[in-house]
Unconditional design. Structure first.
Lengths: 446, 73
């Protein structure tokens, strides 16, 4: 059996590795000139790498932890000691921990409401949630308008949504928010560093995962080869790329939904991968590089939360190996759309000016790296696709349903840890099993 | 009375029955996000708005009950 995998991100390479291990012939076609998809490493100093894309993991990310072990990669804990900076209008200050100087009771009421929403959602099939139609018809902006009354909750909600899922409140449905929080292990787990989804990073960068998987697959991974069409006839699928045509027994499309819909299908797919309101995850990552983590000497954690952009939060992402100090700034939601439209010079100027205001103790950064996922043609957003009103009810039932011999993978097809590296890996394992069981009678020949 | 009430709030928010009057919220897996949910429940139940720092300084049912008694309207 021969399978073509479209996309050399975590999902595609996981699927290809599983299939290859089972004796299936695989060819991975990747549009970019690199593997990794929404994981991407930047070398900020000789031998010192930071994650310009997906970065964090926790203990519940069991498939990712297993893959790290298998590939001989190590984890390093996310560092968070010292005082944090908050620039939240009246809630300005420098204080210990991550808790912002806002009204705790008001934030508690907001998290209570979110807990109620996550409790009712059917995480394995959000479209079957009781009252799904109503929850899927409302945006979280409308929900916040109705349910959040305290100014501190209204200030914090969009920042929380930006940090959790790189969304503007108007982009996502209430059903998607509830599903996303539950899928990731609940609000507390998703939000937490120690004991949560940001507990660790991959030592040396998460991009090593895909590089190691691709290295094992060798020449079976082909870069710079975008797939334009998949035609299926009685003899099976034919994948049309910019370099030619490949006939195979099955195809795995392992790219984000907005990108998957650019592929022409004959016969056409009955249901598109993205809905009418599906939006790009709105994240731009800005890495400010210093000679070393200079803020630590001032008793600062590097963590900040800011009502005004571009950097809505910052975190100490310094490589554990030393060699540089790195503050990663997150530009998310509507602010990411504005920032993405600026020139590279303007982006760097705004980021440096904000860092100088937040951390006046620090000298100017010696390097600024801006990774704009919004305009990344072969990702179309990050962390993940944002499902808007109507999307889950319409798309959900078809999430993993094969289109004849075309199968679907990618973190957006995983109802477990949707949008995270863990979801991508689980989707890769799931689709490989799906193929191995569907075509077992085909045998291993060809 | 208040100690029992706060203990119940801890049980609900931490999703564990293992709470007594001296249980330290943060040692039982609580964090700042969950602490705000305790504070909102305290405000609803006792009409007392405590701050996050009140909580951090006395993160036990008996400690919070004492603060509630001190602040009760």
């Amino acid at each position: 059996m021969n399978v073509v995998v479209v996309g050399a991100g975590l999902a595609g390479l996981t699927a290809a590795s599983d299939l290859a291990a089972a004796g299936v012939g695989v060819t991975v076609l990747e549009a970019r000139d690199r593997v990794g998809g929404r994981t991407h490493g930047i070398e900020v100093a000789p031998g010192s790498w930071v994650d310009a894309g997906a970065a964090y993991l926790g203990d519940r990310h069991t498939a990712l932890n297993a893959m790290l072990t298998e590939l001989g990669l190590k984890k390093t804990p996310t560092r968070m000691t010292g005082r944090s900076r908050f620039a939240l209008g009246s809630g300005d200050g420098t204080q210990l921990g991550r808790f912002p100087p806002l009204n705790a009771v008001a934030l508690g009421e907001m998290f209570d409401l979110l807990a109620d929403l996550t409790a009712v959602v059917r995480v394995d099939a959000p479209w079957l949630t009781p009252d799904a139609a109503r929850l899927d018809s409302l945006t979280t902006a409308e929900w916040a308008e109705q349910h959040l009354h305290h100014p501190d909750a209204r200030l914090f909600f969009p920042l929380f949504l930006g940090e959790m899922m790189a969304a503007d409140p108007a982009d996502v449905s209430v059903l998607h928010l509830a599903f996303y929080l539950r899928s990731g292990g609940g609000t507390r787990y998703l939000n937490a560093f120690e004991g949560g989804a940001q507990q660790d990073r991959v030592d040396g960068g998460a991009h090593q995962l895909c590089e190691a998987l691709a290295a094992r697959l060798g020449e079976r991974v082909r870069l710079g080869e975008p797939v334009r069409a998949i035609h299926q006839d009685d003899d099976g699928p034919i994948v049309h790329s910019d370099r030619g045509r490949l006939r195979c027994d099955a195809v795995v499309v392992a790219v984000p939904p907005l990108l998957a819909d650019d592929i022409e299908h004959r016969p056409d797919v009955p249901v598109r991968r993205a809905g009418e309101r599906t939006a790009r995850g709105c994240a731009v990552k800005v890495q400010l590089v210093y000679a070393e983590p200079l803020w630590r000497a001032h008793g600062l954690s590097g963590w900040s939360v800011n009502a005004n952009g571009p950097l809505l939060s910052t975190v100490d992402d310094s490589p554990a190996t030393g060699g540089a100090g790195v503050l990663t700034g997150f530009v998310t939601g509507g602010e990411a759309r504005r920032f993405s439209a600026l020139s590279a010079d303007e982006q760097r100027r705004e980021a440096a000016a904000q860092a100088a205001g937040l951390f006046p103790q620090l000298p100017p950064p010696i390097g600024i790296h801006v990774t704009d996922w919004l305009d990344a043609d072969y990702s179309r957003g990050c962390y993940a696709a944002l499902h808007g009103p109507g999307d889950w009810v319409r798309l959900g039932p078809h999430l993993t349903t094969p289109h004849r011999r075309v199968h679907w993978a990618g973190t957006e097809t995983s109802t477990e840890f949707f949008g995270l590296m863990e979801g991508a890996i689980r989707s890769g394992h799931r689709v490989a099993t799906e193929i191995l069981t569907s075509y077992s009678s085909t045998g291993r020949s060809r | 009375m208040t100690v029992h009430g706060v203990s119940d709030i801890f049980r609900r928010v931490l999703e564990t029955p293992e709470i007594d009057a001296e249980s330290d919220f943060f040692r039982l897996g609580g964090d700042s996000l969950l602490a705000t949910r305790v504070l909102s429940a305290v405000a609803r139940t006792y009409g007392v708005e405590l701050t996050y720092y009140d909580f951090v300084l006395t993160p036990t049912p008996v400690g919070l009950a004492t603060r509630i008694a001190g602040e009760a309207p």
